[in-house]
Design a protein around this ligand. Sequence first.
Ligand code: AMP
Length: 198
Amino acid sequence: MSKWRIPQVSTGDLLRGNVGSGTGLGLQAKEIMARGELVPDGLVNEMVAIRLRYPDCERGFILDGFPRTIVQAEWLDEHLAEWSHGLPVVAIELKVDYTRLVRRVTGRRNCPVCGSIYNVHLHPPKDHARCDLDGAELVRRSDDTEEVFTDRLRSYTEQTGPVVAHYRSMGRLVDMDGDQPVDAVTAGILAAVKRLRS
Ligand code: AMP
């Protein structure tokens, strides 16, 4: 995140990178991700451990899509003292209405060059298949179909629901309405993080 000069560490992006370059982890994760299920905790935790040791994480970091299970959350709690340099955890749950969530996921298109994200329903590019910034052909994630989305949502409810309860019980959870405009969500998150960190 540029405002705080800290990196966004997305476990989904890291896993897709491993799948794309055909690493051992990628080969193990590929089929699981295609089914909309969760990759085993041990593999994901190890991947996160390696990424958080990079120097750009010294001032803090944003974990995107992690932890997604109680095992991951407990592992993270245990290791945060080492990695977060004493910075407190703030967990954010973004809530979006089901119908809008389906449209966001099935309409999502990504630029493989600059990483810009569009939505053919809600935020279409000027040229329907190309990035406004660099003209690259946009791609759709293979798990952004309605069918796989249903399984991803089931994994979220069953396995990530307890993680939300975990951070709520610690008083570290921010509930955020993700159906608002981007600027409003950003402002809400910044205010809540400031409050919880003080
Ligand atoms: P995402 O890009 O966050 O939607 O993640 C895409 C897919 O990667 C998920 O559906 C899972 O298969 C896998 N994945 C991402 N993060 C995790 C995680 N923390 N634990 C297990 N699997 C994950």
